[in-house]
Design a protein around this ligand. Sequence first.
Ligand SMILES: [Zn+2]
Length: 365
Amino acid sequence: MGNREFKCKAIRKALVLLMTAVMLTTILGCTPKKATLASANLDFDNNPTSNILFAPEGDAVLPAKTEQRALISFAGDTCLSSMQGSSAFNSVYDAEGAEYFLSGVKDIFANDDYTVVNLEAPFTTATARADKGPAEDDKGNPIAFWFKAPLEYVEILKLGSVEACNLANNHILDYGNAGRQETEKTLADAEIDFFIWNTTLVKEVNGIKIGFFGFSFDSDAANIKQIIDQLKAEGAETIVAYFHDGIEGTYQPSSSQKNAAYAAIDNGAAAVIMSHPHVIQGTEEYNGAFIAWSLGNFCYGGHNNPNDKDSMIVQLEFVRSAEGITCTPKLIPCSITSTSGTNDYRPQLLEGTEAQRWQDKVDAM
Ligand SMILES: [Zn+2]
């Protein structure tokens, strides 16, 4: 054994001892730090920015921003069903598959942080319809409507990158409580969140705890205050109401819509989203909060060719700053169909002159 080789071995031995000592010190002496690191890692999926604190220096792939931001998309009436007696929507599902329906808007939904739609028909196998009176008038025209979708149609939402549903609307009980319960189970099994009447949702998105709630017509101020207080108690830092209200086919908000929206904001909501009128309505800023009066139909199986096919996606960007959490809205012009002259149940983004026409219409509301 040469002298040089011996020296190398000795140095290596010393290094191993030193490294072992350093590792032991790290493990034994820095337990609190390790716990912090572990909890930050657990948080990573929902909170990428918080991990910047623990990343090695000089890592080129790190985002430059350290503030918390959450981009949430909202779309309108999503009725994955034709009316009773029609299988038009189901035929398209059989021919095109689940991914087809939201493929025209998936780029928007896949690139936000969370997507919420109003689910206007239950996922259910139930056959007993809720009592809504006669289905047709004396002349055979339909006057009451029942909607339901097969359970597997939840894949439409899943593949379209929808993460949550408002269920507070006038069709979720079309097949009674059995239909509603089956819908809730189907969504839960698919890991899609929901909120309905007194069932609230608090979702942490990129470190911001956002509270969601919904009412369908029954949104009096006392109910609204109670549910907002409940959301705050559950840890919500900012709150969005999704109301189902208004008069079908009208372009101006009703007094009922206004009462609900203003009550929500007076009690602390940062934004109010609405649907039900089947057409889009304008927006309003009220006491520093945002209102979208109606997002209109979205992926809508309830009509195969409505006259007005305009739809709206609203994106709310929440940013945490020193002053608190700000909410900035953005409107995205859409159509309920990608084919003019009919409803192909495939919402599409509007571009060019069609987007301008849409914008002019919203500006004039
Ligand atoms: Zn409705």
